[in-house]
Design a protein around this ligand. Structure first.
Ligand code: SF4
Length: 292
């Protein structure tokens, strides 16, 4: 069945098409994609989390605070913009539903990323959000094989398993199940910096070696920019195919906004951060001017 087009818009010199299965296509007649505003934003809405994962690059804990979800720039987001809402545990934010309703009314496409254990504690609630189109995509962060989380992912086609390079090693257990996976680079940031070890390094090397055997065993394998680098994807698939599929550097059509710290940056690992402003286009221009 063909997937429904849920957003179609011009962003700078390129056209963006977003389909109901999460596929995003960017087209331009120019040599480079030049955006006017971010078509994808990584949005942190809380730093509260009770899981205390040792590699958490956000440094989230039960001492973490929830963000105010009424920042002025939110009203200036363009229709069709994708928000990847995360935390901390975004499900712990008391105004999550209210926020999703507001964004949805504005024509914003919301995706939510949750930890596998939080998913299982909130299955009904998440199913309700998906059924009511308050979220389109669901990211499930999985650290090791979790049968119930995998079953949930198989029931909802717009689910993507988020797997941290060097941490998740159970690829054989999730292969050949029609799943979509996103491999995230290991971030030496927050608690992830102290947790990094020769063992993690070795597991990254094992994953790199194993990767070619995984192609064809998933409905989709995707990578964030850090994982592309850590796993040498360009060398693996060749420059032509890589350039065809590459969605751009961090900050080219995407950005990170931390509503808890009331700051924004190119990506969640950028050390250079700026205080929130009132207009998304101006915020985006700022991160394009300065690297880091
Ligand atoms: S990695 Fe995710 S689940 Fe773990 S402590 Fe951090 S926010 Fe919580």
């Amino acid at each position: 069945m063909p997937h429904k087009l849920i957003a179609l818009y011009q962003n700078g010199n390129y056209l963006v098409k977003l389909y109901s299965d999460g596929t995003k296509i960017k087209q331009t007649g120019a040599d480079n994609f030049i955006a006017e505003f971010p078509d994808s934003i990584d949005l942190k809405i809380t730093n509260y989390c009770d899981k205390n994962c040792p590699m958490c690059h956000e440094g989230s804990s039960t001492l973490g605070e929830h963000a105010q979800l009424d920042a002025e720039f939110l009203a200036t987001l363009k229709r069709g913009t994708e928000l990847a809402i995360g935390g901390g545990n975004p499900l712990s934010h008391p105004q999550l539903e209210q926020f999703l309703e507001r964004m949805s009314a504005q024509g914003i496409i919301c995706n939510l990323t949750v930890n596998e254990k939080h998913l299982l504690e909130n299955k009904e609630r998440i199913s309700h959000l998906i059924r009511n189109k308050l979220i389109y995509g669901l990211g499930i962060s999985m650290q090791s094989y979790n049968e119930q989380a995998v079953e949930f992912a198989r029931c909802y086609p717009n689910t993507v398993l988020h797997l941290i390079n060097g941490v998740f090693m159970d690829y054989d257990k999730i292969a050949d199940k029609g799943l979509r996976i996103l491999i995230l680079g290991y971030k030496k940031f927050g608690r992830g910096n102290a947790y990094f070890s020769p063992e993690i390094e070795n597991q990254i090397a094992i994953t790199k070696k194993k990767l070619p055997s995984l192609f064809g065993k998933f409905r989709l394998i995707s990578f964030d920019n850090l994982a592309l680098e850590q796993l040498g994807i360009k060398e693996l698939i060749g420059t032509k195919e890589y350039d065809n599929m590459y969605m751009g550097d961090d900050g080219e059509g995407s950005m990170y906004i931390d509503l808890v710290a009331e700051s924004f940056a190119r990506s969640s690992t950028s050390t250079k951060r700026y205080p929130l402003e009132t207009e998304i286009t101006k915020m985006f221009k700022k991160i394009q001017l300065i690297r880091g």
